[in-house]
Design a protein around this ligand. Structure first.
Ligand code: P6P
Length: 365
């Protein structure tokens, strides 16, 4: 009898191990980023595997950056680099590290002929034998919100992908100064309670969560849509006195009691654009960064922060405006140009535009 029990126990234990092993190595029904992009390759008009490799290059760099972000408190990678970026902001060591990781991965991948970054004064033309014939350029904020690294707040990477306009040779400035409507793809990575990669190629928005146990981004948020309205507004009210009158009136509007429109709204401001945007995208809400005294043209950069998030917002059914114009329609004039940004649930962005228009008229501008 005992012998029979021992044999049965061994069989059950082995079976249990096999099930766990199967789920651990992903035999369960999970779809990796790589599988998804290949499956959707036909969505991407020019794809002959190019997008697959390009997004794979980005995801590899994201995993490496994620590893460093997660142990930032343990190694000498915290704190200021001692240099400043083009916008005069102190570069954090991890900013520079992330910038170099994405640049190296894209240069090695061969699909990209040029790279522009918040951390680089000018664009970089990849002149390697393979890269020179790369059909795309990438613009990136390698680590947005990096001033939050030292205090363990979520930060993010934002990227924008265009097909090059120049026919051959190295990348040119015109390859980068394209309207947001011309983007081939755009996405962000959020390094938060989990690490996610969210992207669009113009056929909806999908989110992938990194499973550290298998080192793969797995589809976790298919077909993300922004609720048409929400009750969250994100803005640094410390700049209130410098806001345009229409923004001041909108903030007061959000704070009024009105059950029918579920006011007062809730104020949530993390100080990390990707984190605020991601939450508002899933729950509904609006993020505002108007002109201020310190940033008379707005603080956020059009090409590698506002355009990619605007593409994603619109693909998810939301809106992105500079207060009077669709972000994606703005004609870029220079690489690091800034713009005011109002982005998120459509009805909330529209309400802000109404306030701005009404108070522009009243002020006679
Ligand atoms: P402020 C980070 O520097 C950033 O670009 C965004 O991630 C963030 O939303 C914003 O600036 C915070 O700026 O002026 O409110 O500290």
């Amino acid at each position: 009898m005992r012998q029979k029990y021992v044999v049965t126990h061994k069989i059950l234990t082995t079976a249990g191990f096999c099930v766990n092993f199967a789920s651990t190595i992903g035999l369960m029904k999970v779809k990796t980023l790589g599988e998804f992009v290949i499956e959707r390759q036909s969505d991407f008009p020019f794809a002959t595997g190019e997008l697959t490799r390009l997004l794979s290059d980005i995801s590899i760099a994201a995993k490496i950056v994620n590893r460093e972000v997660n142990k930032a408190g343990l190694v000498d990678i915290l704190g200021a680099q001692g240099s400043e970026n083009m916008s005069g902001e102190a570069q954090q060591k991890l900013d520079v590290y992330a910038n170099n990781q994405f640049m190296s991965a894209l240069m090695a991948g061969g699909e990209v002929c040029g790279f522009a970054s918040e951390e680089e004064d000018n664009f970089i033309s990849f002149n390697g034998a393979i890269s020179k014939s790369g059909k795309y350029v990438v613009l990136i904020d390698p680590l947005d919100g990096s001033s939050n690294i030292d205090v363990n707040v979520s930060i993010g990477t934002i990227f924008s992908i265009y097909r090059r306009l120049s026919l051959s040779g190295g990348a040119t400035l015109e390859d980068f100064l394209q309207k947001g409507t011309e983007q081939a793809a755009a996405g962000y990575i959020i390094y938060g309670s989990s690490t996610m990669m969210v992207y669009t190629t113009g056929n909806g928005v999908n989110g992938f969560t990194l499973d550290p146990s298998i080192g793969e981004f797995c589809l976790s948020h298919p077909d993300i849509t922004i609720p048409n309205k929400g009750i969250i507004y994100s803005i640094n009210e410390g700049n209130y006195v410098h806001f345009p009158e229409g923004v001041k009136r909108y903030i007061k509007y959000t704070q009024e009691e009105d059950l029918k429109t579920q006011r007062p709204y809730t104020s949530r401001y993390i100080g990390s654009l990707v984190a605020d945007f991601h939450r508002n995208m899933l729950k509904g809400g609006v993020y505002l960064y108007p002109e201020t005294a310190k940033s008379p043209k707005g603080k956020l950069r059009l090409l590698y922060e506002c355009n990619p998030l605007a593409f994603i917002a619109e693909q998810a059914g939301g809106m992105a405006s500079n207060g009077t114009k669709r972000i994606l329609d703005i004609e870029p004039k220079e690489l690091h140009q800034k713009t005011p940004l109002y982005i998120g649930s459509s009805s909330m962005v529209e309400k802000i535009e109404e306030f701005l228009e009404r108070h522009l008229e009243l002020s006679g501008k």
